[in-house]
Design a protein around this ligand. Structure first.
Ligand code: COA
Length: 208
């Protein structure tokens, strides 16, 4: 996967048009609306991440995209949506690569849980460690207030399946390694002291 990079779109704006075309090839929508949505990408969410293939000679092509959206009611979580890989690049492990790299990016933001919803790609996400969960709202308290005002009517049954994955924080190997090193030093020191003691005892015994 050396020829592929996962990059935040707002830091690589020259990929915006390619990204727009890729998403629209899967979910057609007005280009203006799509570009407007992509231009909202920023460091603090929403963030669009693009999977870029290095074709050589400094030529790069956008072949994947996903969007990280904040969940107002769950500030330590994120909602992943608009996951797409270019049609002719599917089935090569690139969707998995994009998801895993995005999870690493999400961890750097200090976020702990990833949510998403899918209609027919449940198997794909199961393979990546996602599990089914209760539906969640990414629209914040306003929409739930509206819901409360407008409902006694139950919502229509949805085919969407919500899924989530808890991210495992990076283990600070350096610290453990340092601890390990200092323990080894302590053991070595006490062994040296022990040998010194033994030698002194031997010498004293010989003298006596
Ligand atoms: C869903 C999508 C992103 C997967 O990307 P991909 O690059 O084809 O997937 P990968 O090659 O990385 O597949 C990873 C694993 O998931 C499996 N997988 C992928 N799509 C699958 C599907 N539709 N059903 C069952 N398994 C699937 C693969 O067999 C592979 O399994 P393995 O690790 O055991 O070999 C891609 O098919 C796509 O863009 N689809 C159209 C847009 C879409 O539906 N997006 C999802 C919205 S929720």
């Amino acid at each position: 996967m050396d020829d592929f990079d996962v990059l935040p779109l707002h830091r690589n704006k020259h990929f915006t048009k390619q990204c727009c075309d890729l998403i629209n090839s899967e979910w057609p929508r007005s280009e203006t609306a799509r570009l407007y949505s992509l231009e909202n990408s920023c460091d603090t969410l929403p963030t669009s991440l693009v999977l870029v293939k290095n074709d050589g000679n400094n030529c790069k092509t956008v072949i994947g995209h996903l969007k990280l959206t904040p969940i107002p009611s769950m500030p330590d979580s994120v909602f992943v949506e608009t996951v797409v890989i270019k049609t002719n690049q599917r089935g090569l492990g690139l969707g998995k690569h994009l998801m895993y790299k995005s999870e690493e990016y999400i961890k750097t933001l200090g976020l702990k849980t990833v949510y998403l919803s899918t209609i027919d790609k449940k198997e794909f996400y199961l393979k990546l460690g996602y599990v089914g969960c209760q539906s969640i709202s990414i629209y914040g308290s306003f929409s739930s207030a509206v819901n409360k005002l407008t409902t006694n009517i139950p919502p229509p049954p949805s085919k969407k399946q919500y899924m989530k994955k808890k991210l495992i924080p990076k283990i600070k190997i350096n610290v453990r390694y340092q601890n390990c090193q200092s323990s080894l030093k302590t053991i070595a020191r006490s062994l040296r002291n022990r040998r010194l003691l033994d030698r002194t005892r031997d010498r004293l015994n010989k003298k006596n």
